[in-house]
Every structure is written in C-alpha cells, then in structure tokens.
Design a protein around this ligand. Structure first.
Ligand code: SPV
Ligand code: MG
Length: 577
C-alpha cells in the first residue's frame, strides 16, 4: 500500500515534536529500506480498546550498513545513507529520526543537516565519538570519545544551518559505552545543552537499565538547574526487560527500538536458506516466510491491479441514456434537450460523465430525434434509434442499446441533473446492480407531480434529509416500482443505475427470457411489451439476484416542469458542481 502513505516534507518534519508534546513519549522503530519501513508504518495492535502503533522511524547506521552487508563503522557514505532515507520517506508518512553517526567533520555535518531538513527528516542524532566510530554494542571495540567542547561546536554549527525550529539536533552521549561513567555523561550533557542541543540520547550496552535510569534522574535535576530540558532519548536494545511506558515514567521522551526488523529478517532469511538446502525443496521453508500475496499487499501491488481494473472498466463501460420518450410538458423536443440556464440537460450530463472518467455515451433517440443531429453531431456520441417510442416504454427503449451493455453499463435517465461525484461513487460501488436511491424524497419533492419510482430496502432505515456522518452505504433492495405506498417506501430511485459486466449479463438474460415467456401483466405494467425499467428490476429481484441501492440525499434533481427548471437554474452551481 505504499502509495497510500503521503505527507508533505514540512508536515512530516513537524510531526515528531507535535507527537512528543501530545503524548509525552514516542515509540520509534528501526527501518533500513522501504519494505521494513512499510511494516513499521502499518504494524498495529489493539489493547484495551486502544490502537497502538509506532510513532516514527529510526534510520539506523547499524541496520542500513548491515542490510548492505557492510560493518557499522562509518563506511557507508552519506549519498548511500541519503538514498535509504529517501526510500523510507517515499513509502511512509511517519516522522523519521536519522542516525548521523559522529556527523563527520563539522562542515560535513552542516551539509547533512541541510539535506535532511529539506527531505522532511525530523531529527538527527550524532554521537560524541571520534570518526570513524565503531558500533556501540560491540563489547570489545575501542570506543574513543570526542572532546566535549569540540563536539558542542559541531552541534552548534548544525543548529545554525537548520532553517526551522522543528528540526532537532540531538546529541548522543557515549560515556557509559566508553566506560567513562555517569559523571562524565552528565558533564557532557551540560556542555551540549549549553550549546543548544534539542535532545540528549544516553546510550548503554548493559542488560540492566540502572545506569540510564540514574542518568535520567540526574538529568532531570541538571535541566532544572539549567532552566531548559531538551528531550531525552533511550535505545533499550540490551536492557530490554523494561517497558517503554516505564522508561517514559523516568522521563524518556523518545524510545528507539533500533535494530529489530533487520535482526528478525536476518534470522528468518538464514533459517529459510538452510531449510531449503536441508530438505532439497522449498516446502519446509514456507512457515518461515510471508506469503507472496502478503508481500503484494504490503507494497500495494493489489492496489495497482484494482486500479488497472477500474480504469479498464471505466474505458469500456457505456453510459446509456434512453431519451426517446415524449414529455407532454416539453413536447417540442427530446427531454435531453430541455434547456436549463441556456444549456441542454445533456450537456450537464456529458460533463459529469467525463468527470467520472467514462468515455462511451449511448443515446437512445426517438421523439424529435433529429434535434440531436443538429446539436450533438460532433460530440463523439453513439446514437441508437427507438422507432416505437410512442407505444413502448422505458425498458424497450433501454434495450435498443443492448449492443452496448456487454462490458457493463450505467443507465442514466435523460431528465436528471446530478452531481458528478454520484456517478463516480456509483461505478465504484461494490455491487453488480446498484441503483442510486434518495432517502429524502418525502421532504425534498417540491410538488409530487408524477408517480415516483419508489424503493423498499431490506434494511429498514428511516427516510432522512438531514446531514449525517454515516458513510454512503449499499442497501439491499426488495421492491421497486411506482405503486409502492410512499409511507412504506424507504427511497426514491433517481434514475441512475450501475450494471457491472455480471450485472449486465443478468439483466440481458432475464430480458431475453421474459421476451420469450412473459404473458399477461408484468409487475406494474399491463404487459412485458409495455414494461418500465423498474418492472425488469423487480423481476431480477424476484429471481433471487441481488439489487442494491446506493443512498444519497442531495445533489440531484429531476426536470419535469417549468417550475423544476426555475429551481434548477437557481441552484445550478451546486447541482452541477
Ligand atoms: C544504530 O542503530 O545504528 C545505533 C544504535 O547507533 S546502536 O547500534 O545500539 O549503537
Ligand atoms: Mg548507529
């Protein structure tokens, strides 16, 4: 899902300070490449009804080097480190703290600070050792500390380069690692605080947290004396029995789990590699590995596939507008060409169809069909003729465009104006036959001057017209038609419906079947030949197929009278916006 996590560099940079202020302490997980960072971004547990996750990343020198097969001794250069940092930033949204090793020479550190801040990194931690440092967890490596005054100067130079107050330069005190003791650590802390550092990391490789807890207590007193308390950072790799919350109680504000994802990967990789050799096949290694679909899902391959499908579907999907009928109120033209604010309704519809990403529009013409040729001959539309518009009804008209239904279609009545977003939601809804239904028909209809297409849903939701945070949802439809009692209905079908490839196949098959077999009344129609679209939909439901309703309660209007036109003209901006 790597495309999902997006944030501007500035916003991400600020987030670390904000989180510390809000929560008191933050939990940070190591990342050494895009994949480990995605795992750190997504990892979540629920505990006592609370979601717990990591607050950000530690771009570790140990794990960045190790993942390249190189020792942690300032051998991997700045360019390579910047590349890893960028890889992590590229796929995540949480703040990042970079392990700056010794920071190199002061001038190198200045350039590094400039670069990190520009990228959106929130903090850099540099350790008070002499270049080239050796990893602090090695029990036998020689650890040489830098002169504190010289180190303080490097901190100052870094601080001067940062352009925002949000970017933090944190000093890492190595006195406990180098065996110089608590006193030395505290003296250095004072020196670095006076130099303007934003935080102090106290490191230890002991299994007991006693030393760093003593430091934390003395640090709090020191800061009280100095009148400023830079945040305090701990890396509990070796003293790992103490919990993050306990460390926070001692005053630690940033707790870094510095190498676990790399060590976990290393172990599984090693064991899997051996398991294949030992068994001469991959089967035994499987339990040690994530599945390929899990990897696909983490990196967002499934999202790409879904988008490919969506765009392909949108390209192939036809919009069918049956516009053959004659409306007595506007007898001189097809309904599509009724003008609202000087523009035919069809123009508004085409604009929304385009916004929804759909390409193919099919118009079924009949009454005064020639008028389309004058106005719409150059608009890349497909026309079908309904020569029986005077004696047949909407179902027949729709099926005049049957040739364009195969890849799925969107049915749009010719006399409705609606918000483009509704079409987009309709074609993205997760149903095969989905009608756009309005839950506010009882309140909104200015004059109920025609029989409405009403809908009863399985889920009995009260009709509503008020605003609600409840997301637009799909409801299952049990009845649809004009003869439903308005008091019993839950919705009005507004005249826009989506049929997926499968949905289109279902309605076509049932239509063809009914053509052969239907006798006498057909639902609300006197015969199948005179059926409306809703009669076929009821037949689909009665045959056991699922028809859904996607609820809306505003952002559309039906044009039936001159009064409707007046209302639409007053509201035209929000209606088509
Ligand atoms: C790192 O993760 O690279 C660190 C922490 O600097 S430690 O390895 O404990 O020194
Ligand atoms: Mg390091």
């Amino acid at each position: 899902m790597s495309l999902k996590y997006r944030i501007s560099p500035g916003e991400r940079l600020r987030a670390l300070k904000q989180l510390i202020e809000k929560k008191g302490f933050v939990r940070i997980i190591e990342a050494h490449n895009g994949l480990s960072a995605l795992i750190g971004e997504m990892a979540q547990i629920e505990q006592d009804g609370e979601i717990i996750e990591y607050d950000g990343f530690w771009e570790s020198s140990l794990t960045d080097s190790a993942s390249k097969g190189i020792p942690d001794a300032e051998i991997v250069g700045t360019e390579s480190r910047a590349h890893t940092i960028d890889e992590i930033l590229n796929v995540t949204s949480k703040p990042i703290i970079v392990d700056g090793d010794t920071g190199g020479a002061p001038a190198q550190f200045e350039y590094f600070v400039k670069r990190l801040e520009r990228l959106g990194v929130s903090a850099v931690i540099i350790e008070d050792k002499i270049f080239p440092k050796r990893n602090s967890l090695d029990p036998t490596a020689k650890q040489t500390q830098e002169d504190p005054e010289k180190f303080a100067q490097k901190i100052q130079r870094g601080k001067e380069i940062a352009v925002t107050d949000d970017f933090m330069v944190i000093s890492r005190i190595e006195s406990l690692i180098a065996g110089a003791g608590l006193e030395d650590a505290l003296e250095r802390a004072e020196c670095y605080i006076r130099a303007g550092v934003d935080g102090v990391m106290i490191h230890s490789k002991k299994e007991s947290p006693d030393d760093i807890l003593s430091f934390a207590q003395a640090y709090n007193s020191l800061c009280e004396r100095l009148g400023r308390r830079p945040i305090l950072v701990s890396v509990p790799t070796t003293y790992n029995l103490i919990t993050d919350r306990e460390l926070a109680k001692y005053g630690f504000n940033i707790i870094i789990h510095a190498n676990h994802l790399l060590r976990a990967a290393h172990k599984s990789m090693y064991e899997s590699a051996r398991a294949i050799l030992m068994n001469d096949r991959g089967f035994e290694a499987e339990p040690l590995c994530s599945s390929v679909p899990e990897i696909f899902s983490t990196v967002g391959f499934d999202v790409i596939k879904e988008k490919d499908r969506k765009y392909l579907r949108e390209q192939r999907l036809s919009v069918i507008i049956p516009a053959a009928g004659k409306d007595p109120a506007f007898a001189d033209r097809p309904k599509s060409l009724i003008r609202v604010a000087n523009k035919p309704i069809l123009d508004y519809q085409l604009e929304n169809i385009r916004k929804a990403g759909l390409r193919k529009t099919v118009i079924v013409k009949g009454h005064e069909g020639k008028q389309f040729d004058k106005e719409f001959s150059d608009k890349n539309l497909i026309f079908c003729n309904n020569d029986h518009y005077e004696d047949k009804h909407s179902l027949y008209s729709l099926f005049c465009a049957e040739d364009y239904m195969k890849d799925g279609f969107l049915l749009l009545y010719s006399d409705i104006l609606l918000d483009g977003g509704h079409l987009q939601k309709l074609i993205n809804s997760k149903g095969d036959i989905v009608l756009l239904v309005d839950s506010s028909y009882r309140y909104h209809k200015h004059e109920i001057d025609k029989k409405l297409d009403l809908v009863i849903s399985k889920q009995q939701r009260a009709a509503r017209y008020y605003r609600s945070l409840r997301p637009m949802g799909l409801v299952e439809i049990t009845r649809v038609g004009k003869k439903i009692d308005i008091e019993v209905a839950n919705y009005e079908f507004i005249g826009a419906a989506y049929f997926s490839e499968e949905g289109a196949q279902i309605v076509r098959k049932i239509y063809q079947d009914c053509q052969q077999t239907a006798v006498g009344r057909f639902h609300e129609a006197e015969s199948f030949a005179h059926a409306g679209v809703t009669d076929l939909l009821q037949e689909v439901i009665d045959r056991g197929f699922m028809v859904h309703g996607l609820e809306i309660y505003q952002g559309w209007m039906e044009i039936h009278s001159r009064k409707d036109i007046e209302i639409a003209e007053q509201e035209i901006t929000p209606v088509v916006g």
